[in-house]
Ligand binder design. Structure first.
Ligand code: PHE
Length: 339
């Protein structure tokens, strides 16, 4: 009898079924009320005492093997059924995942960061809500200085000392206060000015300012750095530095890039001159260095600032600055293939 049971165990192990009905029939045959296992259990009392132990063991093994087999077959068949019921076509190609697009401001910002990181500049950031010292006073713009009017400022009404930064030069002040030269840093960020909103100007926009302070830094270093920058970003190496005025730099200059006059757009964006203004620059005024705790006898440096929005508009031929902050998906989607 024990051998018979062992055969049944082997059979249970090898058992295969195509349908749930086959599994059920097998279950009834083996484990049902009048099934084989029950019958063997009933035989137990007739088994010789010295065989009782082995008999018990094999019959239990048979029961367990059959149960496990039935359960696995059942769930396998159920799964198959589910798949065929839902008409799932496993050979169908997957749905494309709809990817977002990076904002043009971020694309240009990252490009510029990449260009400057190649010549050893790091990135520094600071608060958009600033105090008077970091935005004005430390930058050689004491109270009542007429040049404060150059940048129409949003003040926080209850406290005239707190304002929305008008440029990221404030970050450079913070950086100089907390770091010793040599300093090579660029500060990208959003800035605010109380200006009428139009296609060409907005009350907030983005700047990227650079600062380099070391021993014997000269105006030639500034020009070379800017030339490297415009060549990398625009593929244009001809630049012009036009004398200008900023309270925090002396001498100061406006940065013009020679864009050329090849197409009609070139005429339009350069107003027929071929030259395009992209920002301001200059040698850091010794007073600013002193205000930030840097020895102006030992160190000198240059600074520059460019508008990220303007550059993005230029590179992507965007005609209205307001598009950059309206978050219209029809506009934003167009940058999907960009970096
Ligand atoms: N902070 C100036 C501005 O916002 C730009 C600038 C930066 C000019 C650094 C010179 C040097 O207009």
């Amino acid at each position: 009898m024990i051998d018979q049971i062992k055969e049944l165990i082997a059979e249970a192990e090898a058992f295969k079924a195509q349908t749930k009905e086959e599994v059920e029939a097998y279950r009834i045959k083996l484990l049902g009320q009048k099934g084989i296992v029950k019958q063997y259990f009933a035989e137990f009392k007739n088994v010789a005492n010295d065989q009782k132990k082995e008999f018990g063991q094999v019959i239990n093994t048979l029961k367990k093997t059959a149960e496990e087999k039935i359960n696995t077959l059942k769930s396998e068949l159920e799964q198959k059924e589910e798949v065929s019921q839902s008409n799932l076509d496993v050979s169908r190609p997957g749905e494309p995942i709809s990817l977002g697009a990076r904002h043009p401001i971020s694309i240009v910002k990252n490009q510029i960061i990449d260009i400057f990181s190649r010549i050893g500049f790091n990135v520094s950031e600071g608060p958009e809500v600033e105090d008077d010292w970091h935005n004005f006073t430390a930058l050689n713009l004491p109270e009542y200085h007429p040049a404060r009017d150059m940048q129409d400022t949003f003040f926080i009404q209850t406290n005239p000392d707190i304002l929305l930064r008008t440029h990221t030069s404030s970050v450079q002040v913070r950086y100089m206060e907390n770091n010793k030269p040599p300093i090579r840093t660029i500060s990208p960020g959003r800035v605010y000015r109380n200006e009428a909103i139009s296609a060409r100007s907005h009350c907030f926009f983005h700047q990227l300012e650079g600062l380099y302070i070391d021993k014997d830094v000269s105006f030639a270093d500034l020009k070379q750095t800017l030339q490297y920058f415009t060549t990398e970003l625009f593929g244009k190496s001809k630049i012009r530095l036009r004398p200008s005025y900023f309270p925090f730099t002396e001498p100061s200059a406006e940065i013009d890039v020679y864009w050329g006059l090849e197409t009609e757009t070139d005429y339009k964006i350069t107003k027929g001159t071929g030259w395009l203004e992209i920002g301001g620059c200059g040698m850091v005024d010794p007073n600013v260095l002193k205000n930030c705790g840097i020895d102006a006898e030992d160190y000198s440096g240059f600074a520059f600032g460019v508008g990220i929005d303007r550059i993005a508009m230029l590179l992507y031929q965007i005609g209205d600055i307001r598009l950059l902050s309206e978050n219209d998906v029809r506009f934003l989607e167009q940058f999907k293939s960009a970096l």
